[in-house]
Design a protein around this ligand. Sequence first.
Ligand code: ATP
Ligand code: MG
Length: 328
Amino acid sequence: MKRYLSAIKPTGKLTLGNYIGAIKQFVTLMNDGDMILFVADLHSLTLPINPEELRNNSRNIVAYYLAAGLDPKKVHVFLQSEVHEHSELAIILQNYLYMGELSRMTQFKDKTQKMNNEAIGLGIFTYPVLMAADIVLYDTDYVPVGEDQVQHVEITRDLVHRFNKRYGDILKMPRALIRQSGARIMSLSDPIKKMSKSDPKGDIFLDDDLKTIHKKIMSAVTDMDCRVCYDETNKPGISNLMTIYSALTNKSFEEIEKEFQGKMYGEFKKEVAKVVVDEIACLQTKYQEILASGLVDKVLKEGKEYASTIAEKTLKRVQNAIGLYRYE
Ligand code: ATP
Ligand code: MG
């Protein structure tokens, strides 16, 4: 059976980008194999975060996973920090990735661009090492992610190759899995920038009130051309709205272009807003029910047990292979 593994960092409130690029993909894949999802709370420490916010964000991610339709009978969900093997394996694997490679990671460059070199934490630099540990710990086949995370899966593949060349066939080679469209939702106010929960300019949050969502879409930055057609380079704003609309309606870009031929941007935006508001309204209702039900804690407890059993075995296999003495 194929194994899928993915995660979201509790660095802020979930965005429409996380929903379309990640969560909706999980829902599509959940019947197709063993799915392990976690809340990447250790990764979230790479940016300054208030403890109360971290706790709430972590809980809310699980509630949104479930509200989006992930079935806890089929999907295992846990907190990264509750399975200590992630940290232990990362300490080992840090020796198989190189500083040159890590310093070339786009996420590292983006997130530290405006920071003073003296104040860049080590965690943001070694992020791909922990992410590699996250992935290989579960003998993962596929990592469903948004486009921005593909580079981290690629460096994990380099690590696996390097490690296995030296020690034999110890780590499973993973593969990134991205949606054909919707793998990169852009900011509504600056459509050449990715929508990110830790940089909330131009984001749609899953817990925004519905009027706000409508307003944000109606005032999304577009261009002067007035034709609804897909052109990422010259019409990034309209292309982004088309991507959102397509991801939520399953209509192709050609169908959308036909539907809005000769129509004004205002009319198109209204329709996009309606589709997004309908989807999020439904999600919010389920989310509130789940938060009130106590299901989150139950799911996390079961998920932790399931994940720990697999993680323990893999860590032992790695320790054994590299010669760490085991006396049991
Ligand atoms: P942060 O700003 O803290 O990095 P983020 O919004 O980028 O937050 P992550 O926790 O880094 O979210 O990523 C969670 C998942 O959501 C990943 O699979 C990532 O690829 C996906 N994702 C994040 N932003 C987008 C986006 N704008 N479009 C599509 N997928 C996205
Ligand atoms: Mg991110």
